[in-house]
Ligand binder design. Structure first.
Ligand SMILES: *Cc1c(COP(=O)(O)O)cnc(C)c1O
Length: 365
């Protein structure tokens, strides 16, 4: 595609990054701040990288108002590795086998459940599977375990397009673990309501290869003895995420994204923009029955918008026409089919407007 063609990338992840961030990274690629080195070539223990790391950490802390009694860990292995790392770090708290409560709201919580079964007894406290994962089961129907090691939820189901619109109440002493991979930094959250928040970076933050884990201090010492040292949160925390070599370049790019978000007015400003973007897109999808989004309106994700054409024989034509207009990666996840538009922080309103114009045109409106 020609350099000067305006494109909008709706990929679910790895996903679009702010153009300003990519331009800054390009300008600093060969020589970071006069150091004579690319960030990729720096020792993670040298003063240059340490300054990059410290700034990224403190900017993220500020953006999410992370309280001082929480550690921010920069880890590797993605969200899927955390599905094992979390039980390895948390089920040592309780007589074995420990119980973990889960709320099953779609593909990603489903994967977390499957992995956790290797380490603990799993209780499905609630599930929306019977409704085809089109919402979040009301909290008063959840069947929670009083002695659970923790309660795991996925607050934005990237594939199903389902997002929590409330913070659940957990039972006393049962921390909530939240997979926020695909909507962290897209809306304001109260970190203190959670024991652990984790997120792969490649959806709404930066490049693949970096996983953020925000964990309350009192949860750092409940690991099983078999927990690998490099994945032991206490060990990682004590080494400022440098027990082993961290994904330095991914941390650097994430840091540029955090600084960019601060310049944009922070998470509150992003949230307002994300509300507006989502409203515009769902309005176009709901205008008549040419398109369909099956998620209950109260739980529709502001970040990931799956939709179907009423006449699915037009799918290929729809995608080809979108691509010709520079609207990229709209094909739905293979497990559900149809289309999906991911409209993360870095997707500008003009991108959503261009998609809406195309939706209307293709539907012959
Ligand atoms: C993408 C995603 C994951 C998995 O991330 P990987 O980095 O591929 O392991 C986990 N949870 C959610 C909600 C996701 O969107």
């Amino acid at each position: 595609m020609a350099q000067d063609t305006q494109v909008f990338n709706f990929s679910a992840g790895p996903a679009v990054l702010p153009k300003e961030v990519l331009q800054q990274a390009a300008s600093e690629m060969l020589d970071w701040h006069g150091s004579g080195m690319s960030v990729m070539e720096m020792s993670h223990r040298g003063p240059e990288f340490i300054s990059i790391y410290r700034q990224a950490e403190s900017d993220l802390r500020e953006l999410l108002a992370v309280p001082p009694n929480y550690k921010i860990l920069f880890m590797q292995g993605g969200g899927l590795a955390q599905n094992a790392i979390i039980p390895l770090n948390m089920v040592g708290c309780c007589p074995q086998p420990a119980t973990i409560d889960f709320v099953h709201t779609g593909s990603w919580s489903g994967k977390s459940i499957k992995e956790a079964k290797r380490y603990a007894h799993v209780n499905i406290a609630a599930s929306s599977e019977a409704d085809g994962f089109t919402g979040v089961p009301p909290q008063d129907t959840w069947n929670l375990t009083s002695h659970a090691a923790y309660l795991h939820i996925c607050t934005n189901e990237t594939i199903d397009g389902v997002e929590y619109n409330f913070v659940p109440e957990s039972l006393p002493k049962v921390p909530i673990v939240a997979d926020m991979s695909s909507h962290i930094l897209s809306r304001q959250i109260d970190v203190s309501k959670y024991g652990v928040i984790f997120a792969g970076a490649q959806k709404n933050i930066g490049p693949a290869g970096l996983t953020l884990v925000i964990v309350r201090d009192d949860l750092l010492d409940d690991a099983l003895p078999i927990c690998p040292s490099a994945f032991h949160w206490r060990t990682v925390a004590e080494h400022d995420s440098m027990f082993n070599t961290p994904p330095t370049y991914a941390i650097y790019i994430a840091g540029l994204v955090f600084a960019h978000l601060k310049r944009q007015g922070g998470v509150a400003a992003m949230e307002q923009r994300n509300i507006e973007k989502a409203r515009l897109l769902y309005e176009a999808l709901d205008a008549d029955d040419f398109y369909q989004n099956r998620v209950a309106p109260a739980y529709r994700s502001r970040m990931n918008v799956p939709f179907f054409l009423r006449d699915e024989s037009l799918n290929d034509k729809f995608l080809a026409g979108a691509k010709a207009r520079g609207l990229l990666q709209l094909k739905g996840h293979k497990s559900v089919g149809g289309m999906r538009a991911s409209i993360y922080n870095a997707m500008p309103l003009e991108g959503v407007q261009a998609l809406v114009d195309y939706l209307n045109e293709f539907a012959g409106r």
